[in-house]
Ligand binder design. Structure first.
Ligand SMILES: [Zn+2]
Ligand SMILES: [Zn+2]
Length: 252
């Protein structure tokens, strides 16, 4: 099924938009490319199937002067339509959540030597910015996740009284590592750096972890608010990432 039809179904079933608005958004996306002046590498919007690709393209699109002009003229409808398309791709691309599960299996299984531990702490690519590096790879090192669990003493950072069970492989209480700024954003202009860093990783019990990925708006809001205040200063101080709560919410 093509993306335009899938997107139409998404608007019909997952949003409360009326038919007129839905049609307006679809035609906005259909015609968007021909308005763009600056970047010829932008594809037709409905050719984007991966969240990461469209997210990256969007950072160019929204800076395009002609995009800004028509968006102002049309009361923001083009920005609204691209935002809906991004949300649609996020829901459709289940891969991030699936990978998260496999990643946490590795985190749980892996052991880190003392040497590696010191290396990870001291040389954890904090200073690497993507603009001067070629390694634009979306990889998460399970040892970094493990280090986070160790530092959190295998407790849930939402509430240390959350109990789970003893893991068969680690012999410690089972916890999961979660990236506060999802690492799929690490190629985007705003952060432009590795996000697989201890400052950005949080130890969560499986219940809180599922909730932050699959909870309703209110649930996510509550959990993210706590996590935001736990990490805000560290992200700012060590990684120079100045995050507002609204921004963090928009990444989920
Ligand atoms: Zn996660
Ligand atoms: Zn918890």
């Amino acid at each position: 099924m093509n993306q335009e039809i899938k997107f139409r179904q998404y608007l019909e079933t997952k949003t409360k938009l009326g038919e007129g608005t839905r049609n307006t958004y679809i035609s906005s996306l259909r015609n968007l490319k021909k308005h763009l002046k600056t970047n010829s590498s932008i594809k037709n919007i409905f050719e984007y199937e991966k969240f990461e690709d469209f997210h990256k393209a969007l950072s160019f699109i929204t800076r395009d002067l002609e995009f800004k002009r028509i968006n102002n003229r049309d009361n923001g409808k083009h920005k609204a339509s691209t935002d809906y398309y991004l949300k649609f791709l996020k829901i459709n691309n289940k891969t991030y959540e699936e990978n998260d599960e496999a990643y946490n299996r590795d985190v749980n299984d892996i052991t880190i030597s003392e040497k590696d531990r010191l290396l990870l702490i001291n040389n954890n690519q904090k200073s690497i910015k993507f603009s001067n590096s070629n390694t634009k790879k979306l990889l998460r090192d399970p040892r970094m996740g493990k280090l986070c669990l160790q530092q959190a003493k295998y407790k849930c950072e939402i509430d240390s009284s959350h109990l789970t069970f003893i893991s068969n492989t680690s012999g410690k209480q089972y916890m999961e590592a979660h990236h506060l700024i999802p690492h799929i954003y690490e190629n985007c202009k705003k952060y432009d750096r590795h996000l697989d860093l201890i400052e950005n990783i949080i130890s969560l019990c499986p219940n809180c972890h599922r909730a932050v990925h699959f909870g309703d708006k209110k649930t996510k809001n509550e959990i993210l608010k706590k996590l935001f205040y736990i990490r805000k200063e560290l992200l700012n101080k060590n990684l120079q990432i100045n995050l507002t709560f609204e921004e963090l919410l928009s990444l989920y």
